[in-house]
Write a protein that binds this ligand. Structure first.
Ligand SMILES: [Zn+2]
Length: 384
């Protein structure tokens, strides 16, 4: 102890926060103030006392409502708030939007087209370039400008690694695809087709009502390209509650369609919550413990996912990525067998396709000996 200015009361609060990650008064305050009000703190130049005033006097509970209130001159005309604050709010909101890099759709389209042209000039080996991210999702304002490119030469990387290990080790290639509000995925089938596995997850549009959100998830689960349903509830611990949805119904659908339920090992997520694991097992689900790694170091997050699966009572035989290499690749092959092959799709994947519609059997055989690969993806490493 003995830190100047820190008495017993504050020391107690700090200790509690450290030990439990929270404090009763913090929880009380959190329950009193809507989450959207806290978001208003991200508006440049808006101090906490002003945010509280705007909330208490105008009932504003989100950034959207704040913007409406300012546009309707309600801040200006309220006693104790006034024109100066309104100006500050409008200015702050504008700065915030610019800082987030949002652009209108038509401007984003121009920038993406220019980027594509540059990329083609710099790397003539690129086979196919498609816009991704916000633009692809049809957002009115586009924050991220991303392109997905496939390159013939790089595509062979995993194949070369796999060949070098001669069957004792295999690199599988997968990608996390966004579940759009209507339940479809954000990549076209011809891109999805080229991966060994697809993790489908929701990353935006959390505010849909329970029924719509459940339908969205159910549609994704029924998609034959999907192998794993990622972080099913979207919660982030100590940050947000996640979206509303009927977990039981979605688990049942995962079991029916043979889709693995992710146990996301990132300590922020740990989603699906271990409290649901038993119910998932009863319904016939299998799980996949995934590090959700965005770097090599984050592969080590696996241990937290394992800890949760153990806490939830999930045995190894119900964990997809605890299986032997052979069983794991058989499972993936079986999933891929549900995808109806199209000639254009196989050609895009670099296969020679004869006349007529390729039979499912033939397509599967090709994929077993020569798995097609694209450049970007989430890699999963497994050994026998
Ligand atoms: Zn994700």
């Amino acid at each position: 102890m003995g830190i100047p200015g820190i008495g017993e009361a504050i020391a107690d609060i700090i200790t509690r926060l450290h030990r439990t990650g929270t404090h009763p008064s913090l929880e009380r305050m959190r329950s009193e103030i809507p989450e959207g009000v806290l978001e208003m703190l991200s508006v440049p130049g808006l101090r906490p006392d002003k945010v509280l005033k705007l909330h208490k006097q105008l009932g504003v509970t989100s950034l959207e409502e704040l913007q409406v209130a300012a546009r309707q001159d309600r801040i200006k005309n309220t006693k104790g708030l006034g024109p100066a604050l309104q100006r500050k709010v409008l200015q702050g909101l504008e700065i915030r939007t610019a800082a987030l890099g949002a652009r209108h759709m038509h401007r984003a389209a121009e920038l993406i087209a220019a980027a594509e042209k540059n990329l083609r000039r710099a790397l003539p080996g690129l086979k196919r370039i498609v816009p991704a991210g916000d633009f692809r999702r049809g957002c009115e304002l586009v924050c991220d400008l991303s392109l997905v490119a496939e390159e013939t030469r790089l595509q062979r990387g995993p194949e070369l690694v796999n060949a070098a290990f001669d069957g004792s080790f295999r690199l599988f290639k997968g990608i996390e695809s966004d579940i759009l509000p209507d339940g479809s995925l954000d990549y076209p089938d011809d891109v999805l087709r080229q991966f060994d596995f697809i993790v489908a997850s929701i990353h935006g549009q959390f505010r849909m009502d329970r029924e719509a959100q459940t339908d969205r998830l159910l549609r994704a689960v029924a998609n034959p390209f999907v192998s794993i349903l990622g972080h099913m509830t979207g919660r982030q611990l100590l940050r947000r509650a996640g979206y509303d949805g009927d977990v039981e119904k979605v688990l049942k659908a995962c079991a029916d369609h043979g889709i693995a339920v992710e146990i996301n090992a990132n300590p922020w997520r740990l989603d699906l919550d271990w409290r649901w694991h038993q119910r998932g097992l009863e319904l016939g689900c299998i799980f996949s413990i995934n590090p959700d790694a965005h770097s090599i170091a984050e592969l080590d997050l696996m241990r937290w996912g394992l800890a949760m699966a153990r806490k939830g009572g999930v045995s190894a035989d119900r964990v997809l990525n605890a299986r032997k290499l052979r069983d794991f690749s058989d499972w993936l092959e079986d999933r891929r067998g549900r995808i109806a092959p199209t000639r254009a799709g196989w050609r895009a994947a670099g296969h020679s396709v004869g006349r007529g519609r390729p039979s499912r059997l033939r397509a599967r055989k090709i994929s077993a000996t020569r798995p097609p690969h694209a450049k970007r993806g989430r890699y999963r490493i497994r050994s026998a």
